[in-house]
Design a binder for this molecule. Structure first.
Ligand code: PAF
Length: 278
């Protein structure tokens, strides 16, 4: 059956207060791919009622970013979610989410200022604010998010803990194309040759794991070899960081369980990826 499409905050909130059973929520910005669909499938497995929000949140984009060109295709999204038997799609407008006179913003200290926060200083404020609003409207039991945006996952877990939301976050593994490229709505921007170059993100992460397996643990040495591989592919590094996956603090020596994340500009598109070192 087609999911019920709801635009109004009031209606979504009223429906959610009357639902019986465990609510699973998947927040998205639409233009769904297999990564999003894996979150929905996980939500279907773990909860009774699944709600997916589709909202391209303007406040997490800065003025020089791709808000106006961000890919959108609501008809296709509805079809994909119908196939997965989703119960509700929440598809609010900007006027609903940020009416005239809107003034309230949330932030999380420190962990929003590292990694992606360095080059996107206002990004997490927008993400935290919109996710808190969505959680207030839907009040889900479980919220499903991908590990590709690893920093986002850690930041939102912290916000949930600090603000005493009852919702638990379920982190889900990165979904990749057969050749290793992590799925992202922004992959659509890449040309044929850009798509090939973009493989350097995953390849450099796999190289890091290989170096670690050979006994190299110096973060600097590993980052330096990853840098060479990425630059050979004519891509521009925003950052490569080796860090503790709970605190997001830089670690000089890799241990099993640490994470490496990177943001790389391929053609004009900024892509992110990460790996947990085993
Ligand atoms: O990861 C995303 O798609 C967005 O940041 C989110 C969580 C839907 C908030 O707009």
């Amino acid at each position: 059956m087609k999911p019920k499409l709801i635009n109004s905050i009031e209606e979504m909130s009223t429906v959610c207060r009357q639902l019986k059973g465990k609510i699973g929520f998947v927040p998205t910005m639409g233009f769904l791919h297999a990564g999003h669909l894996s979150l929905v499938s996980e939500a279907k497995r773990k909860t009774d009622i699944v709600i997916v929000s589709i909202y391209v949140n303007p406040t997490q984009f800065s003025a020089n970013e791709d808000l106006s060109s961000y890919p959108r295709n609501i008809e296709r999204d509805i079809e994909l979610l119908t196939n997965l038997d989703v119960d509700y799609i929440f598809f609010p407008t900007d006027e609903q989410m940020y009416p005239d006179g809107y003034k309230t913003w949330l932030n999380v200290d420190k962990i929003t200022q590292v990694l992606c926060g360095r080059s996107r200083p206002t990004h997490f404020r927008g993400v935290i604010t919109i996710v808190a609003k969505l959680m207030n409207i839907i009040d889900p039991d479980l919220m499903f998010m991908g590990e590709k945006d690893f920093q986002q996952l850690v930041v939102l877990k912290q916000m949930i803990k600090d603000l005493n939301f009852r919702t638990k976050i379920v982190g889900c593994p990165i979904i990749r194309e057969k050749d290793g490229l992590a799925l992202s709505s922004r992959n659509k921007y890449l040309s044929y040759s850009g798509r090939k170059k973009a493989l350097c993100l995953n390849k450099s992460l796999l190289l890091a794991q290989k170096l670690f397996n050979r006994g190299i643990i110096s973060s600097n040495k590993i980052i330096s070899q990853m840098t060479d591989l990425i630059e050979e592919n004519e891509c521009i590094i925003d950052y490569i960081e080796v860090f503790d996956q709970n605190t997001l603090e830089h670690i000089p020596k890799l241990i099993s369980g640490s994470r490496i994340a990177l943001a790389v500009i391929v053609e004009n598109t900024r892509l992110i990826d990460n790996i947990k070192i085993l």
